[in-house]
Design a protein around this ligand. Structure first.
Ligand SMILES: Nc1ncnc2c1ncn2[C@@H]1O[C@H](COP(=O)(O)OP(=O)(O)OP(=O)(O)O)[C@@H](O)[C@H]1O
Ligand SMILES: [Mg+2]
Length: 287
């Protein structure tokens, strides 16, 4: 069994006014190994936050199961789910205001979740907080309050907060949405570093296609479904050659993310050439 599994996860919301059902997730199949850094990339409304909230135990799917280690989190009672969220999951959101308490210093922000979980002695909490802030390169900012930090520093403090209770998995929802390119790149480098150093599984959801090239594995989400995968052609090779794998569903449907359509020059038609049992897709230019 994989470390994390989502089996045919469906989430329907009921819109309050119209009472109509909105399908946010339409059958998510996903597996992750321990210690993997996975980006899930998709446009606005594709279901990224919904999926992350289900994996993090903030909400429950309509049907389907989510299993982390041996815990079937979708079958947990509310009380168990609260403990799961507190001890096993670290969250990082787009806005620093959501990750940090504004009138507390960086160190106090990182010790806060440890205090709530009551896991370590006062002295250990302080030491852990200092070490975590050092791990994200903020050893000189320990006593700064969020308003005295740059956007990137505030997000790095948020990463230290997410790791405070030694979670099994870290879930980040659009963590670089507010940041410029250079700072975004730096945050991704920290994810990679901490992912290796702490052996934590990181799942980052984003609309930012640059994550595809910068992470080992990037899943494509579109319209509530995982539709493809961006990865190194041969992970054992040092070559930087990358490929997109697009999944075909039972009806034979391919859903191709917009940026791949653009990159591949695909407009309204493609030609499928079949030769010796091998199919090749060739864009047909409409002009
Ligand atoms: N509480 C809710 N009630 C009704 N519909 C919802 C609710 N939350 C999300 N949705 C709908 O579910 C779909 C997926 O939403 P979700 O927030 O997961 O997308 P997203 O990929 O995170 O988008 P964004 O990039 O804009 O954050 C959207 O169509 C959205 O309108
Ligand atoms: Mg979202």
């Amino acid at each position: 069994m994989a470390f994390l599994e989502c089996n045919d996860v469906i989430k329907l919301y009921v819109e309050e006014q119209s009472k109509l059902q909105v399908p946010a997730l339409r059958g998510i199949e996903l597996t992750a190994n321990e210690g993997e850094l996975i980006a899930i990339i998709g446009p606005s409304g594709s279901g990224k936050s919904t999926l992350l909230n289900l994996i993090g135990g903030i909400d429950r799917p309509s049907t389907g199961d989510i299993i982390l280690e041996d815990d079937v989190i979708t079958k947990m009672k509310d009380r168990q789910l609260t403990l799961y969220r507190r001890h096993k999951v670290g969250f990082l959101y787009q806005l620093p205001e959501r990750n940090l308490v504004w009138n507390l210093t960086a160190v106090k922000n990182v010790t806060l979740p440890m205090k709530l979980a009551g896991r370590w002695s006062h002295e250990q909490q302080k030491q852990r907080a200092q070490q975590l802030l050092k791990d994200v390169g903020l050893e000189r900012r320990l006593n700064h309050k969020p308003s005295q930090l740059s956007g990137g520093e505030a997000q790095r403090t948020g990463i230290a907060v997410a790791l405070a209770n030694d979670p099994t998995i870290v879930l980040a929802d659009e963590p670089t949405g507010e940041l410029d390119s250079v700072t975004t790149f730096k945050i991704i480098e920290y994810f990679k570093l901490l992912n290796k150093q702490h052996g934590k599984t990181f799942i980052v959801v984003t609309h930012d296609n640059r994550f595809a090239k910068m992470t080992d594995k990037a899943l494509r989400i579109l319209d509530g479904r995982i539709v493809g995968l961006h990865r190194a052609v041969d992970p054992t090779e040092t070559s930087s050659e990358r490929e997109e794998v697009i999944f075909v569903d039972e009806q034979g449907t391919l859903r191709i993310p917009e940026d791949i359509l653009r990159q591949g020059g695909i407009q309204n038609h493609v030609k499928i050439k079949i030769q010796d049992g091998v199919a090749t897709i060739v864009p047909v230019r409409d002009d």
